[in-house]
Every structure is written in structure tokens, then in C-alpha cells.
Ligand binder design. Structure first.
Ligand SMILES: [Zn+2]
Length: 138
């Protein structure tokens, strides 16, 4: 499956809305140069992966127990879906000394069908030093 990826340089503002540039935020995580140190950092990198249609990072950051088949992500990665904004509302645990954590967020996207607001509490676990997305309650 090949989906054209919107090119974004490392000096562009990171899509996750941290205020940092891509090269100092989610970029190195997507390229596997650096691990996300917290559940929130992993969550942000996954939002950026949706925005940049980085299927590989989405799958790699998904816990093997709940990881979907690549085809199941096709809808979210459609080229006509634009990811507009991420707001992190709350985090619980998910820090460098935790093995579990949750992140509550709102992600806003836009498709030809209209604007979509996704409000979710995501669960994360850390195994062998790497954070993984497990699942979430919408
Ligand atoms: Zn970022």
C-alpha cells in the first residue's frame, strides 16, 4: 500500500501543536532516531504520523496485542483527510518512571464529509523502555 505523504521539513512547525519544530519534536521519533520518553510524547508522535500518513510509525507504536491490520487504517490515512489540530487535555502517569499511562486528547480532522472531532482517553504501556499505544475510550 502506498499513500503519498505530505512532505514537511524538519524546520516546519510540528503538526502535533507542541510549538516546537518537527525536527526537535516528533520527527526523530517517527524516524526511530529517538524513542518517545513519555506516553504523551508517543501520543503526539502518533498524531503527527496520522497527519503525515506515516503508516509504519503508527503500526510500530501500536502494542502487538491490539495492533490492527494495516488495511484497517486506510480510512484514517486517506489523502483527503487533513488533521487540523491536537489538544492534549490531561495525562495520568506515563512518565519516565512509569510503565502505564493515559492521555486524554481531542484531535480535529477534516474530510470532504466535514469536520470530525475525536475525543479519546488513550491507554499506553511501556515495555523494554518503549512506549506503546494499547487502546482508548472515545
Ligand atoms: Zn510533535
Amino acid at each position: 500500500m502506498s499513500i503519498p505523504s505530505p512532505a514537511l521539513s524538519d524546520s516546519a512547525r510540528c503538526p502535533c501543536g507542541s510549538g516546537d519544530v518537527l525536527g526537535a519534536c516528533c520527527g526523530p521519533v517517527l524516524r526511530h532516531e529517538r524513542r518517545a520518553g513519555t506516553a504523551q510524547a508517543l501520543m503526539r508522535s502518533r498524531y503527527t504520523a496520522f497527519a503525515l500518513r506515516d503508516l509504519e510509525h503508527l503500526l510500530a507504536s501500536w502494542h502487538p496485542r491490539t495492533r490492527p491490520a494495516p488495511e484497517e487504517l486506510t480510512e484514517s490515512l486517506r489523502p483527503d483527510v487533513r488533521w487540523l489540530r491536537l489538544e492534549v487535555l490531561a495525562t495520568e502517569r506515563g512518565g519516565p518512571f512509569d510503565d502505564t499511562g493515559t492521555v486524554e486528547f481531542i484531535a480535529i480532522s477534516k474530510s470532504p464529509q466535514g469536520r470530525h472531532k475525536q475525543h479519546e482517553v488513550s491507554r499506553f504501556v511501556r515495555e523494554d523502555g518503549a512506549w506503546y499505544y494499547v487502546d482508548g475510550d472515545a
